[in-house]
Write a protein of this length. Structure first.
Length: 466
């Protein structure tokens, strides 16, 4: 009887154990190799060390005992994410092998969180809980710790971000993360009416078909809708497939009949710059469209060796004493310090489109999730002076060409190698592209289930087409 009872208890314990693999582990050699590969590739190729403001070699040394102390592959990659995050770049990321480490491949939270008005706000909740957790409720504490302190201690150190607003947006969205499904989160919440109460939740490994008061619209690469007053609405959620251009061209007959157009890029995370440009060509007669200009670090081994003989305090002396070799001396010095750049051409494309152009008033909606190639679209749009009114919030603030590579245990990483600016040198990486008219998301918008940014776009276009 005792053995049967023990077996039952063991079965029950097994059914409630973590959904994360906490047993599989890498060897110390593999752990060091993975850390070293990431350090090496960043040391030679990363484009934003000046923004990271970090001694990369010292950071590498500090993380050697940290990775060796990890108990399993899951913990190893949590530490590696923190190492990666030191570079403070949205196109430099660590990807754990979650398909191997998590049952089902991902962890899901039933509550959705957003960073609004410098607070963590619940912006969607299953209907079954909506009577007790109203939309717009603020998270005050997590496991008895003030939520800001919790984010700064537990979440932010593992987030790779270029812009401050991106950092806090990602931190709020990932409030419940990096733990197994047994971990309970005790949240202190404050409703919009000011009532304070507690709620306990945990992560799941299955995305349940929860019903939400704000429906999760199924993702589509492209959407078209006809709004009142003959305003055409185009939502591009990716520039990552040539088929997006095909989708757009299929709607040209309706667009030629429209009195105004809205392009929504608020949830476009990027893809290929040329795809966005291919669409933009239909909205202008301008023959050449300029985009961003770029540079990338250049390494020449012999020059690095020569430059190492030049001491920092003696550089100016060498330049003065060798006027005919100033360029070579400066170049060897810069390469030895990892500060020599190859300057690429400004992105420029010929507008070969001979089809009828769309000349009606245009509004482009942007937001914090407008990233990468979608930001490149905006840089090219800036070259078409006055063609569109841009409405919304600052963009993600990160673009560039990542170098991707594999890591031990099935993980991978990428490092940003390309530094982009406006063609005139203005920076947007780390800041985001600023809209012409800023309309910030508010808690009230979520409570009332309204899209203030779209409403503003419609209002402006309605005035233009009277």
């Amino acid at each position: 009887m005792r053995n049967i009872l023990f077996a039952l208890l063991l079965l029950q314990a097994t059914n409630t154990t973590a959904q994360i693999d906490t047993v599989s582990n890498l060897s110390d050699t593999e752990k060091l190799y993975g850390l070293s590969v990431f350090w090496k590739e960043a040391a030679y190729n990363f484009a934003y060390f000046d923004k990271a403001n970090i001694n990369w070699d010292s950071a590498y040394q500090a993380f050697i005992p940290k990775v060796l102390a990890t108990r399993n592959t899951w913990d190893y990659y949590q530490v590696m994410k923190r190492f990666c995050a030191l570079l403070k770049d949205g196109h430099t990321n660590m990807y754990p092998p979650n398909n191997k480490l998590i049952k089902g491949g991902a962890l899901y939270s039933p509550l959705l969180f957003s960073w609004l008005d410098d607070k963590v706000i619940i912006t969607n909740v299953p209907k079954k809980d909506s009577l007790t957790i109203p939309l717009g409720s603020e998270v005050v504490t997590v496991n008895n710790m003030p939520v800001i302190d919790y984010l700064e201690k537990e979440i932010i150190p593992g987030i790779s971000a270029s812009a401050t607003h991106q950092l806090w947006n990602d931190a709020a969205a990932q409030l419940l993360s990096n733990v197994d499904t047994n971990t309970l989160f005790n949240l202190t919440l404050k409703t919009p009416a000011g009532k304070t109460f507690t709620h306990t939740t945990h992560l799941r490994t299955i995305r349940y078909n929860w019903a939400y008061p704000l429906p999760n619209t199924p993702w589509k690469r492209f959407r078209y809708d006809k709004l009142p007053k003959d305003i055409a609405y185009l939502q591009f959620n990716t520039f990552g497939a040539d088929s997006v251009v095909f989708d757009f061209k299929q709607r040209l007959p309706e667009l030629y009949e429209a009195k105004a157009v809205i392009i929504d890029l608020r949830n476009n995370g990027g893809g290929n710059t040329s795809i966005g440009t291919a669409i933009l060509k239909y909205f202008t007669d301008q023959k050449y469209i300029k985009g961003s200009t770029w540079r990338s670090r250049e390494h020449i081994a012999s020059f690095k060796a020569w430059g190492k003989f030049i001491k920092d305090e003696e550089l100016e002396k060498h330049l003065k004493e060798n006027p005919f070799n100033r360029v070579m001396i400066q170049k060897t010095y810069d390469i030895s310090r990892g500060k020599y750049w190859h300057y690429g051409d400004t992105y420029s494309t010929y507008n070969e489109v001979t089809d009828k152009k769309i000349t009606v008033p245009l509004v482009v909606l942007i937001g914090n999730n407008t990233a990468s190639a979608a930001e490149d679209f905006l840089i090219s749009l800036d070259d078409l002076k006055g063609r569109a009114v841009v409405i919304g919030e600052r963009t993600y603030g990160s673009t560039g060409q990542p170098l991707s590579f594999d890591l031990p245990g099935g993980g991978s990483a990428r490092i940003c190698t390309k530094r982009d600016t406006y063609s005139d040198g203005r920076e947007f990486v780390g800041y985001g592209v600023k809209p012409d008219i800023e309309v910030k998301r508010t808690v009230e918008d979520y409570i009332k289930k309204r899209d203030a940014q779209l409403e503003k776009a419609i209002a402006i276009l309605s005035e233009k087409i009277k």
